[in-house]
Structures are given as structure tokens and as C-alpha cells.
Ligand binder design. Structure first.
Ligand code: TYM
Length: 337
């Protein structure tokens, strides 16, 4: 008899709080797509998380659909991956509340992202911003995944998910699978092109050195040409993250889109100054992103198709989520409906 080996499960999400950047692509989506055949995958648009910072409703709706089109254009085939919108699965908010009751004030206060975001949004330090990691733990634990692929900045939240899940399992038995974060070797932290000590962020404006997945070639080239390199006199392409963070960031981007190692890149650019290196990185990025941009633009015109994808996704996701939530309700002592 043929043995049925079930695939391991993978889950991740992105907030549609801004347009996808080269950072979110290299740190997250590209790695998801590369593993879609080996895992049973769940990917979502984290719209519940997006409203922890005030959003324009029309923009949020548009970006959520664009993000879905971009996921598919990046290679996440809806036939093989479950793609869904977080707010369509009510179980996220429900488990989020329960996990709030198993997350400690001190733990949430120590989250780097909470500290950063509250410093940037002094006028709106809302409770959602604070309890965000419990909702993220719910997003993950509902689906019992083995692996959660994220960029470096989200690793702390996945680690807190471990703590919350272990605490819950410690009281009620093995309810949640303990997932592992998966952080890529190259591209886990893409920095701003104009400030290589700050992460490239989707929530900030063009002048902050970000490249968007949907930027046209001339905009991408402009951003790379004005990228900050380093103030050393060496003017030579060499990987040194501490002393040459700007060049190291450009090398990371080039490596991620071409598959070349840092050593190969150093050899390729021997004798070339930064002036030649920067547009070459820009061109490699333009060519890498071109098919993604074109396919996403085509998909955005097909609203009926996108709707069928997120509806199918919601159906599959809610089946799995409901199973976990029912178990949790029973464990904590809620009366069955
Ligand atoms: P978000 O939307 O800030 O980022 C989405 C993903 O992209 C990665 N990323 C980067 N990687 C490398 N360099 C960068 N400059 C860069 N910027 C972003 C992030 O690490 C992340 O993997 N809370 C999450 C969304 C979320 C989630 C989840 C993720 C909600 N629930 C459950 C995993 C599992 C967030 O805000 O990511």
C-alpha cells in the first residue's frame, strides 16, 4: 500500500499598511514561493494588523487586493497555496483575545517593534499596537504550522509565539504545535538605500530610500543611482557590514536577485567603483521584478479572479482555523454552542 506522507505546514503574512517593498519581497515572499512545493502553505494579507496604525479605508482595501495580486505574481500559485484575507477568518480575532489573556504585560512591553512604533506614533499608541504580538501568535497557532518564514524584524514576535504557546500547552496539554521561525540567510534585513542603518520600510515615503515591487524601471534605477554607499576612500566593492553597510546592503540585494555569492560579486566588480556598481544592481533588480510587476498589473484587472482566489482561500483557511479554535474553547472551559 502506498504510504501517505503529509506535508509539513508553512504560514506567514504581510500587513497591507503600505505597498510591498523590495525588503518584504526578499525577506519574505520570495522565500515563500521557493518552498511552495515542499510544504502545505497558508499565506494571508494581515489587514487586522494594518489598522494598529491609522489607515485610509479606500487605500487599505486597494492595497489588500494588490497584495494578493502580487503574491500570485511572485509565484504563489493559488492552486497549491491557501491565500486569504485575515479579516475574513473571524477565528483570528477570537483566538487573539484568548491569547491576550495568556500574554504578559512585561513580555509585550519588551517587543522592539512596539517600542519603535509607539515612538513613531506618539499621538496613537493604541491598545492594538501593544497586543499586536498576541494576535500574531493567534494567526500562527490557529493553523498549527511547522515553519513561519519571516524577515529578521519579525523573529522576536515568532519567539514570543513560542512562549505563549508553551504557556498554554503547559496548562491545558498539547493544544498548539510549536512552530519554528525561518529567516533567510540572504535578504533577512534589507536596509534603506539612503540610510543603510535603517530597515527598508513600506510605511515610509519615497525619500526614505525604499524600492517598491511595483515601481517602474526608471524609478528603481533612480533609487539605486542615488543609493548611499560609504564615505571610505577605498571605492571598491567588498562585503563589510560594519564598515561599509551601504555597499554590503547593495551586495545583499544583488546576491538575492542573482543567486551569486558575495565572493563572486567581489570578483565580478574588481576595479569597478561604486558609480558603476550601483546602476548594475539597479538593472539586476529591474529585470528580476519586471515579470512580477507585469503579471501583478494583469491580475489587478481581473477582479473576479482575485475574488475567487480569496473566497476559496477563506473556505480552506476557516476549516483549519475553526478546528483549532473549537479545541481551545473547550480547553479553557467555554460551554459548547
Ligand atoms: P510586515 O508586514 O512588517 O512585513 C512582512 C514580512 O516582510 C519582512 N520584511 C523584511 N525583510 C527583510 N528586509 C526588510 N526591509 C523587510 N521589511 C519587511 C518581515 O520580516 C515580514 O516577514 N506582523 C507581521 C505580519 C504578520 C505575520 C503574522 C507574519 C501578521 N501575522 C503571522 C508571520 C506570521 C508584519 O508586520 O510584517
Amino acid at each position: 500500500m502506498e504510504e501517505i506522507v503529509s506535508k509539513k505546514r508553512m504560514l506567514s503574512g504581510i500587513k497591507p499598511s503600505g505597498d510591498l517593498t523590495l525588503g518584504s519581497y526578499l525577506g519574505a515572499v520570495k522565500n515563500w514561493a521557493e518552498r511552495a512545493d515542499q510544504y502545505e502553505c497558508f499565506y494571508f494579507m494581515a489587514d487586522l494588523h494594518a489598522i494598529t496604525v491609522r489607515q485610509n479605508p479606500a487605500d487599505l482595501r486597494r492595497r489588500t487586493l494588490e497584495q494578493l495580486a502580487q503574491y500570485i505574481a511572485c509565484g504563489l500559485d493559488p492552486e497549491k497555496n491557501t491565500l486569504f484575507i485575515q479579516s475574513h477568518i473571524h477565528q483570528h480575532a477570537e483566538l487573539g483575545w484568548i491569547l491576550d489573556c495568556y500574554s504578559m504585560f512585561g513580555e509585550l512591553s519588551r517587543m522592539t517593534q512596539f517600542k519603535d512604533k509607539s515612538a513613531k506614533n506618539e499621538e496613537n499608541i493604541n491598545a492594538g499596537l501593544f497586543t499586536y504580538p498576541s494576535l500574531m501568535a493567534a494567526d500562527i497557532l490557529l493553523y498549527q504550522p511547522d515553519l513561519v518564514p519571516v524577515g529578521e524584524d519579525q523573529k522576536q514576535h515568532v519567539e514570543l509565539t513560542h512562549v505563549i504557546a508553551r504557556r498554554f500547552n503547559g496548562i491545558y496539554g498539547e493544544v498548539f504545535k510549536i512552530p519554528e521561525p525561518f529567516v533567510p540567510k540572504v535578504g533577512a534585513r534589507i536596509m534603506s538605500l539612503t540610510n543603510p542603518t535603517a530597515k527598508m520600510s513600506k510605511s515610509e515615503n519615497e525619500d526614505t530610500g525604499r524600492v517598491l515591487l511595483m515601481d517602474p524601471p526608471e524609478v528603481i534605477m533612480k533609487q539605486f543611482k542615488r543609493a548611499i554607499t560609504d564615505s571610505d576612500t577605498e571605492n571598491c566593492v567588498r562585503y563589510d557590514k560594519v564598515n561599509k553597510p551601504g555597499v554590503a546592503n547593495l551586495m545583499t540585494i544583488y546576491s538575492a536577485v542573482t543567486g551569486k555569492t558575495y565572493e563572486e560579486i567581489e570578483n565580478e566588480f574588481i576595479g569597478c567603483g561604486y558609480g558603476k556598481f550601483k546602476p548594475m544592481v539597479g538593472e539586476a533588480v529591474v529585470e528580476h521584478l519586471r515579470p512580477i510587476r507585469e503579471e501583478a498589473q494583469r491580475l489587478m484587472k481581473d477582479k473576479a479572479y482575485l475574488e475567487s482566489v480569496y473566497r476559496d482561500g477563506a473556505e480552506k483557511a476557516s476549516y483549519v482555523a475553526e478546528k483549532t479554535l473549537r479545541k481551545v474553547y473547550k480547553k479553557v472551559g467555554f460551554v459548547a454552542k
